[in-house]
Design a protein around this ligand. Structure first.
Ligand code: 1GP
Length: 237
C-alpha cells in the first residue's frame, strides 16, 4: 500500500522521490528509457496524469509502465476520466488553494461510485498551488489563483485546514514547468504547522533543488519536466 510505504519511509528517516509521467508524452520507447533510469535512480513512486490530456491514454500508460517495472503507480488525475483501476493508488485531490467548487467537491461526487468499484487505494490529498513565477496550465485549467509565493503563512493555514479536514497528504505544487520552485520558507512554514506527509513539486530542475525541498520538510519530491529532458540528472541524487 502506497500510504503505508510513505509512512514507513518517514518513520525510518528516508526521503522519497516521485517521477511525474504525463500520458501525453509517454510513448513506449520514451517510457522504457526513462524508467530504466528511474530504476537505477531508485525512484520510489510514479505519478501518472496531467491537468489536461490531449492524445494521452492513462490506461495504456499504466499498462506500459507495469510491463517495464514494479514501481508503484499513483494516479495524479486532472479529471475523473483519468481514473484507471490498474494503478496502485490515486491522489484524490481537493484543490484547497482555489475556490472552484468543482475541484473541491463536484468532481469527487461524480467519481465516487467509480472509485469505490475500482478498489484503488485512495490517498485523500490537500492540493495547494503556490505561485511559480508565471501562469501554469494547472492554474489556467482549474480557473484558480495560486497562493502568492511570498505568503508562507497563507500556505501553512491552508495546509493545516486540509489536515483538520482529514486529508492524508499535502501536495504543494508550483505547477508543471513552473519558472520558480516553491520557496523553502513556504515548505518550512507548512512543515511547522502540520504533521501529515508533504509532497512538493513543480519547477524543480536540479539535484540541489530536490535536496533543498527535502531539507525544508518535504517527504516526497516530484520531478516531471526535467526528467523528460534529461533522465540522467537523477543519477546524481
Ligand atoms: C507538477 O509537481 C509536478 O505537478 C512536476 O513539475 O514538471 O515542473 O517537474 P515539473
Amino acid at each position: 500500500m502506497v500510504g503505508s510505504l510513505i509512512k514507513e519511509k518517514i518513520t525510518s528517516g528516508q526521503k522519497m522521490l516521485a517521477a511525474l509521467i504525463d500520458p501525453d508524452k509517454a510513448e513506449m520507447s520514451h517510457l522504457s528509457s526513462l524508467l530504466s533510469t528511474a530504476n537505477l535512480s531508485k525512484i520510489d513512486l510514479l505519478f501518472v496524469g496531467g491537468s489536461v490530456l490531449t492524445n494521452g491514454n492513462t490506461q495504456q500508460t499504466i499498462s506500459d509502465i507495469k510491463s517495464i517495472c514494479d514501481t508503484p503507480c499513483v494516479l495524479f488525475p486532472g479529471s475523473p476520466d483519468q481514473i484507471c483501476p490498474d494503478a496502485d493508488a490515486i491522489l484524490l485531490l481537493s484543490l484547497l488553494s482555489g475556490r472552484n467548487p468543482e475541484l473541491l467537491i463536484g468532481k469527487h461526487v461524480e467519481s465516487a461510485l467509480r472509485l469505490q468499484q475500482s478498489q484503488l487505494e485512495i490517498l485523500s490529498t490537500a492540493y495547494i498551488l503556490i505561485d511559480g513565477g508565471a501562469p501554469t496550465t494547472v492554474s489556467y485549467i482549474s480557473g484558480t489563483t495560486p497562493i502568492p509565493a511570498n505568503k508562507p503563512g497563507l500556505a501553512a493555514m491552508t495546509a493545516l485546514a486540509g489536515e483538520q479536514l482529514g486529508k492524508h497528504l499535502i501536495y504543494m505544487d508550483a505547477g508543471s514547468g513552473a519558472k520558480n520552485p516553491i520557496p523553502v520558507e513556504t515548505i518550512q512554514a507548512v512543515r511547522k504547522h502540520t504533521t501529515i506527509p508533504i509532497i512538493v513539486g513543480g519547477g524543480i530542475r536540479t539535484t540541489e533543488g530536490i535536496k533543498a525541498a527535502w531539507n525544508a520538510g518535504a517527504d516526497v519530491v516530484v520531478v516531471g519536466n526535467m526528467l523528460e529532458e534529461n533522465p540522467a540528472f537523477l543519477q546524481e541524487v
